[in-house]
Design a protein around this ligand. Sequence first.
Ligand code: AMP
Ligand code: MG
Length: 353
Amino acid sequence: MKTEVRKIEDLKSEVAQDALAEAGKLLRSGQLVAFPTETVYGLGANGLDGEACARIYEAKGRPSDNPLILHVADRAMAETVAAEIPPMAEKLMAAFLPGPMTLILRRKSIVPDRITGGLDTVGIRMPESAAARAMIRAAGVPVAAPSANISGRPSPTTAASVLRDMDGRIPLILDGGPCRFGVESTIVDCTGPVAVILRPGAITREMLTEVLGGVKLDPALVGAGTVPKAPGMKYKHYAPKAPMTLLEGAPAKMAAAFRRQVRQLQKDGHTVGILASDEVCDALADFVPDALRKSYGPQGDLSAIAAHIYEALIAFDDTEADALLGEGTTEVGLGLAIMNRLHKASGFHTIQI
Ligand code: AMP
Ligand code: MG
């Protein structure tokens, strides 16, 4: 299958309108379309068509028990798939939607079993991205979409990275430029007495607490050894091809710790790549060649780090690196989402400095 990439950066332009109409047509006919959102690129299918959704699992190599999130353009569309919207969900919708948050709600029977992994709930997300909502409107149905990467790999935040994983597997990629947030939506389970964060994201625990008073973290996010409630969170994920070790500790001590670890790994014959802040990358210029130092932004600038982390991970696949060292951040605010992804990308292989 030939994969077409069509630019929609200028949404009102004729090229963009044509591309969106084409996307709507493909989606209605059961085909897959990759599209930009404010978090990462999604791989969309008609969310009410079980067979179309099956193609998502096939294109990604995604385990069938890992449910898909339904993307809606507005509240009316959300009500076609959610059996009820409890008061806590109402509060969250008023505060954060459209935006980078997915609500787990009881589902209506119109939602195909194929996408819920057998659960009686469904994840619903109303993206802030105008491009994403325009495409959903063009389709006229809720759009089921996971991230547009091969299962287990880092999520794409540019159309080029989508193409890398999906070339030949899908007919169309809409290119809306780089994603603003760069990490997947915060998933909040609203089906119990208290809201539970199943996956941290750009809507932070602190922001949720302010609106709801109280919010819990899924125990699986805190300690290893518990089965996560979001089935997808149990899989190895976001992983680059070379194994990565994460260094965690005080920012001021990072550069020295990296130097020690890099020297040791090089002595053991490894070609070392580092995924770190500008500060650490600069400090390591004498030890690690340019091509093997990927910066994710200034130390402590969590928005910049979130926006660049996946592309930096993906970039190592074009290098000779056979051992990666990553720099950890704080787990406060957006840092919780960043560290969640880094822990998974490194298979929880961490050195405390
Ligand atoms: P992805 O879209 O690939 O970033 O992954 C979607 C995430 O949402 C996965 O971790 C899923 O397990 C999770 N998810 C989707 N639907 C539900 C649901 N009904 N209940 C719990 N988790 C869900
Ligand atoms: Mg994903």
